[in-house]
Design a protein around this ligand. Structure first.
Ligand code: HBI
Ligand code: FE
Length: 296
């Protein structure tokens, strides 16, 4: 198995303090996975797939099956890469965990998705602070099979590399866009609201809460509104943003963000749960159960 991971630094972002590791690419130690590791994968996979019928976007479920992902064993990155590379040019690379943002953006810009090589323990089934293999592989990888989403993710990476050279505020705005779309986004289908965000599809509780709870707001996608909206990493979202299609997401990243960052630099950010005058409100949340201590 690999040597103990080197913590490079703790990035302090809206996400709070999370450990960040060296940026080395790690070969997936597939032979090193224990039966317990495969059992954790199988339990989480089966539980989530049962929950996600009628809750996840059609594209997510179709793509996950099309790439040959199954509950049986932890998939081999090499097997998935053969299908993924042919479909959209993306490939999975193994990493220790969260990477410094510039490294992460550079991987996305080059169609490499970093997947944590280790999977959580059985006692962490319902929550783990850092993204593990289940969050990354089950949650993020399937939609990379969808060309327009794959293009969005690469465009996002290029935007991130560019933002890194502009100023720290630009990065904060951009990571909020990632948070409220790639991690916690909802999509309007003809037959109802569906989940596409990886943070939701990989979480039992939030898969139900995000669509069915009266508590959170649900608001139509608006790029600058999202870039100004704060978030916390340790609770369900107070507001979910809804896209009409992945094409809408791709179009939103068309223009150069530099003038947007300049405009937003002088404007205050929004608390996560506060509706704004121009919001296209799909559901006005009751706010029940929100953490009271946070000003986020
Ligand atoms: N690193 N491995 C990994 N996975 C992520 O999802 C990730 C990251 N580093 C930074 C990061 N995400 C977030 O800050 C994004 O918003 C950029
Ligand atoms: Fe993630």
């Amino acid at each position: 198995m690999n040597s103990t991971p080197r913590r490079v630094e703790n990035i302090v972002t809206d996400k709070g303090k999370v450990p960040v590791y060296a940026t080395g690419i790690i070969d997936q130690p597939w032979e090193g996975y224990s039966e317990t590791d495969h059992d954790v994968w199988r339990m989480l996979y089966q539980r989530q797939r049962e929950l996600l019928v009628g809750r996840a976007s059609d594209e997510f479920l179709v793509a996950q099956d099309a790439m040959g992902m199954t509950p049986d064993r932890i998939p081999k990155f090499a097997d998935l890469n053969a299908v993924l590379k042919a479909a959209t040019g993306w490939e999975i690379i193994g990493v220790e965990g969260l990477l410094p943002e510039l490294d992460f953006f550079d991987h996305l810009a080059n169609r490499r998705f970093p997947v944590t090589w280790w999977i959580r323990r059985p006692d962490q089934l319902d929550y783990i602070e850092e993204p593990d293999l289940f969050h990354d592989l089950f949650g993020h990888v399937p939609l990379l099979m969808v060309p327009v989403f794959a293009d969005y993710m690469a465009a996002y990476g290029r935007g991130g590399v560019k933002a890194h050279g502009i100023n720290p505020d630009a990065l904060v705005h951009l990571t909020r866009l990632y948070w409220y779309t790639v991690e916690f986004g909802l999509i309007q289908q003809k037959d109802g609201l569906r989940i596409y965000g990886s943070g939701i599809v990989s979480s039992k509780g939030e898969s139900i809460y995000s669509l069915e709870s009266d508590s959170p707001n649900r608001v139509g996608f608006d790029l600058e509104r999202i870039m100004r909206t704060r978030y916390r990493i340790d609770s369900y979202q107070k507001t979910y943003f809804v896209i009409d299609s992945f094409e809408q997401l791709m179009e939103a990243t068309g223009p150069d963000f530099t003038p947007i960052y300049e405009r937003l630099a002088d404007l205050p950010s929004f608390p996560a749960g506060e509706l704004q005058a121009d919001d296209r409100v799909i559901h006005r949340g009751s706010g029940e159960g929100w953490p009271t201590d946070a000003d986020t």
